[in-house]
Design a protein around this ligand. Structure first.
Ligand SMILES: [Zn+2]
Length: 454
């Protein structure tokens, strides 16, 4: 931008991130890093109409805040399994990959993201490198490695093995360990603590009435997180893990698929928000329709059914919802699925498109303690984190999943380069676990032929 240009005027339908009706013929003005003015185009102040303001306009456009993805794993490198995540790719290469992938997240229109568990200390250092201007990427708030017990998600391997340092978790063996791990991670500059309140349904398909952590432990964790000024979050798929964490005053419940009336009441009383993150499950179910060998399809279908039955009750009762994509696992590659959760909210949970957009913008700002007041809404004084779209996402929410419809992504007033990165030239042997064959090769003496079974 040359010195003679004082700012930028965007014209189109303005969807501001709140639940207020959009402005059909609206204008958004930003100067430098911040939004200067938002309102109906006919009311645009004279000073913004001159040639020293760049004007971006076109028929049928919409302007909305940059998306907030409330559940990413920027350090997971699109791992295909727990083994791959825990054992493969040295930390240095993982970190470089994470920086490469962060750009893809931003280019998809995600200007802020909450990273809900990392490996090593990658997420907090990538957050800082992006803030320092070293690499393009969203504004991140991050949790560290999740705190898990032997019953929680991420204690994946047999007891006789040492807990792998590359696992996205730290193994907790006593109540004192919880306190120590929280203080240790706070020293490592996390924004949030994440604990494993339940396992995954793939691993424990029928145990809905369990929790990996006792009620006393939830209370201990929440108190220490809050004493140190950190957000307290939990992976909680089962009924009891949701209830235990919500009653203890946890701030964010991830998944909550089996929440019941008592859990809803506890969320309302304690102020917890829910980030269902159904995209991973729905993507896996759909992957199972096009290829064999996807594990746990039936369990995922049962969980989505439960979520569809339970979650709308929580939302209508007043529990705030956030949109998270789970990007970082191989069924949810970076840069491709960040807006799918909005479509799931509309198509499966019965939200209006405007409600879904609110959940992915202004409604999600509470999990960003550092800059929550500055993002999520088109409003004077906030960061100019803005999307310009070809079309109207309140008429078609899937528009946000179409990269060709995202004309501009501004982060802090800077026009993000949307040129997709070239495909990777190589995937290294040290990034992936080794599979000889997905199945067993047999010899049939009668026909002298070979055949494969799963
Ligand atoms: Zn996750």
């Amino acid at each position: 931008m040359s010195d003679s240009v004082h700012g930028t005027v965007l014209l189109g339908k303005v969807i501001d991130g709140s639940l207020n009706p959009p402005i059909e013929r609206g204008a958004v003005v930003f100067e430098g890093e911040s939004i200067a003015w938002v309102g109906p185009e006919p009311a645009l102040p004279e000073r913004y109409a001159g040639p020293d303001y760049r004007r971006i306009a076109g028929a049928g456009r919409s302007i909305m805040p940059g998306l907030i993805d409330a559940h990413t794993h920027v350090a997971f490198g699109e791992a295909r399994s727990e083994e791959e995540l825990a054992l493969y790719t040295p930390v240095e290469y993982r970190t470089l990959k994470a920086a490469w992938n962060a750009k893809k997240i931003l280019q998809a229109g995600v200007t802020s993201a909450f990273d809900a568990a990392t490996t090593y200390n990658i997420a907090q250092n990538l957050r800082d490198a992006i803030d320092a201007g070293l690499f393009p990427g969203p504004r991140f708030a991050v949790s560290g490695r999740q705190l898990t017990t032997h019953q929680g998600l991420e204690d994946s391997f047999p007891n006789e093995m040492a807990f792998p340092p590359g696992q996205a978790a730290v193994l907790i063996k006593s109540r004192d360990d919880f306190i120590e791990a929280i203080r240790y991670q706070v020293k490592d500059r996390v924004d949030a603590i994440k604990v494993s309140g339940s396992n995954d349904n793939l691993i424990t398909p029928d145990s809905l009435d369990n929790s990996a952590i006792s009620d006393e432990e939830y209370a201990l964790i929440a108190a220490e997180c809050h004493r140190l000024g950190r957000l307290c979050t939990v992976h909680a798929r089962t009924r009891d893990s949701v209830l235990g964490a919500a009653r203890a005053g946890f701030d964010v419940i991830f998944h909550a698929s089996h929440i019941d009336e008592a859990g809803i009441e506890a969320c309302l009383a304690g102020g917890a928000v829910i980030t269902p993150t159904l995209t991973l499950l729905v993507n896996l179910i759909e992957a199972g329709e096009v290829m064999a060998g996807v594990s746990g399809i039936d369990a995922f279908k049962r969980e989505v059914e439960a979520a569809v039955a339970n979650l709308p009750k929580a939302f209508r009762a007043g529990v705030p919802f956030l949109c998270g994509s789970e990007s970082g696992w191989s069924p949810v590659p970076y840069g491709e699925w960040h807006a799918r959760e909005l479509a799931i909210f509309v198509e499966l949970l019965g939200f209006s498109p405007l409600e879904a957009i609110h959940c992915a913008t202004l409604g999600a700002t509470g999990v960003f303690r550092r800059f929550g007041e500055k993002i999520g809404k088109l409003e004077a004084g906030r960061h100019a984190d803005i999307l310009v779209l070809d079309g109207d996402p309140t008429a078609d929410i899937r528009l946000l999943m179409d990269r060709n419809k995202i004309l501009h992504v501004f982060k802090g007033g800077e026009d993000v380069d949307l040129t997709p990165p070239p495909p990777r030239k190589k995937e290294w042997y040290f990034e992936r676990h080794k599979i000889f064959l997905n199945g067993r090769l047999h010899y049939d003496p009668a026909t002298r032929g070979r055949f494969i079974t799963p």
